[in-house]
Design a binder for this molecule. Structure first.
Ligand SMILES: Cc1cc2nc3c(=O)[nH]c(=O)nc-3n(C[C@H](O)[C@H](O)[C@H](O)COP(=O)(O)OP(=O)(O)OC[C@H]3O[C@@H](n4cnc5c(N)ncnc54)[C@H](O)[C@@H]3O)c2cc1C
Length: 425
């Protein structure tokens, strides 16, 4: 597939024309993009492969970086706070004593709160998380649709009319396996780090295993000892040792509550699991990624599915190797999940004469400790909407959105860590 030459002319700026825009993927990147494009009066259809209308959250945290906050300031109409703020970063030693501390305000939120706020704003989904804005469809907004159960399988430009045809497979119970297609003037791939669109457009680009995994989970702040609560209350706390990095912070609790006493402590515990690749996992990695029903997961072990025997091993290692406050939360979590850490970056962000673009994790899938993925999705959404509106040039859009991916990967991902076979931390 030949990438676009990035000229101004292949842009659907379309201040003068109403377009049909398809967004593939209805997670945070797809929703941010849909919401940012909505005021531009185009018709927007999100196609999400998940068979039910709402995505199942993993109940975990995300750091709300500058672009996430800027996005919500610009587009959110729910009128509630998004995050718990943390006042400082601190590092513990093995005995749990603070060895370094610096003032730094950061905002911590949860994936589910962000998701429901975006759905409330985009297509008026009601939930216990937030109020639906009074006017979900403002004057001049385009029509929007969020269609679940549509797994996109193909994309091409039709010779007869230059429209982009998106092929999909129905994943709903009623229509499972049936195929269909839809046409659009412009297609946005927000289909995540294993992007189908990217694999069609750049078949040589693969997700590669980084040599370690993240063990993740949460514990209610009301269930931990006072010294553990103190270590994580409004503090972003870290511990590093050979082969391990763990960090934890407070995030919103059930239904997004920010009320003290009802929030969750969220941890991300990186630990080496050397393996040549995910397709040929080492015995240790295969054991960790095989669930309680004997099913092997390649990249993500869903919450609550870990094999009790494999998880018990990790609980014991946590007891031996982590400061007591971190050991307590790792041992206390009831629904741990595991994410194999991977790298992937697309060589380009526009294809098929500029009629198909990639954003978010589909464009560059970052390692979680870069705390960049959601911010990247928010940034990509805002600058894409500005480009479609004609406020920034196509060249500027391309330079800025490609630069974000490259910068984060170079600075924080590939720059510091790397080398799957031997383990890297
Ligand atoms: C259910 C879920 C829970 C998550 N929870 C967390 C969390 O707790 N903490 C955290 O840091 N990050 C989490 N993430 C990842 C986080 O959303 C992303 O890293 C980041 O926000 C960038 O989002 P994205 O939309 O670009 O990619 P993703 O969030 O990966 O979304 C990609 C979307 O595309 C859909 N999709 C993929 N292929 C197709 C296809 N062929 N056709 C149609 N749709 C397709 C997927 O189902 C998914 O909804 C989660 C992602 C998901 C999907």
């Amino acid at each position: 597939m030949s990438p676009s030459n990035g000229t101004e002319n292949d842009v659907p700026h379309a201040a003068d024309k109403k377009l049909h825009i398809i967004i593939v993927g209805g997670s945070l990147g797809g929703l941010c993009t849909g919401l940012a494009l909505k005021p531009l009066r185009h018709t927007i259809t999100i196609l999400e492969r998940n068979p039910s209308s709402l995505l199942h959250n993993q109940g975990a945290g995300i750091v709300a970086g500058g672009d996430t906050l800027a996005f919500f300031k610009r587009y959110d109409r729910c009128g509630r706070d998004l995050a718990v703020s943390s006042q400082c970063r601190q590092y513990l030693d093995k005995d749990g004593k603070i060895v370094h501390r610096e003032d730094m305000v950061q905002n911590m939120t949860s994936w589910d709160l962000v998701y429901y706020m975006l759905r409330a704003n985009f297509d008026g989904v009601e939930s216990a998380y937030c109020k639906v804005p009074e006017q979900v469809r403002g004057e001049g907004d385009g029509e929007v649709k969020h269609v679940h159960g549509r797994k996109v399988t193909g994309v091409r430009v039709r010779e007869e009319d230059g429209k982009v045809e998106v092929a999909y497979e129905d994943t709903t119970t009623e229509g499972r396996g049936q195929s269909g297609s839809m046409t659009a003037d412009f297609v946005i791939g927000a289909d995540g780090p294993s992007s189908t669109l990217r694999s069609i457009l750049c078949p040589n680009v693969q997700r590669t295993y980084a040599g370690y995994v993240a063990l993740r989970g949460t514990v209610p702040e009301s269930e931990v000892t006072s010294s553990t609560l103190e270590a994580f209350s409004e503090r972003f706390t870290f511990f590093h040792t050979k082969g391990i990095q763990i960090l934890a912070y407070l995030i919103p609790g059930e239904n997004g509550t920010l009320e003290p006493g009802k929030r969750l402590i969220n941890f991300v515990y990186y630990t080496n699991f050397p393996s040549k690749s995910l397709d040929e996992p080492s015995a240790e990695l295969a054991e960790l990624m095989t669930d309680r029903d004997g099913v092997r997961h390649r990249i993500t072990m869903p919450p609550g599915k870990t094999d009790p025997k494999a998880w018990e091993k990790q609980r014991q290692i946590a007891e031996e190797r982590l400061p007591p406050q971190f050991a307590e939360i790792v041992r206390g979590t009831k629904k741990p999940f595991v994410q194999a850490i991977t790298d992937v970056i697309s060589p380009d962000n526009e294809f098929l004469g500029g009629k198909v673009v990639l954003i978010g994790d589909a464009l560059a899938g970052f390692r979680p400790h870069t705390v960049a993925s959601t911010s990247q999705a928010a940034f990509d959404a805002m600058i894409l909407a500005d480009m479609v509106a004609g406020k920034v040039s196509r060249k500027e859009w391309k330079r800025e959105s490609m630069a974000t991916g490259r910068f984060v990967r170079h600075k924080v991902g590939g720059g510091i860590l790397g080398g799957a076979a031997e383990g890297v931390l």
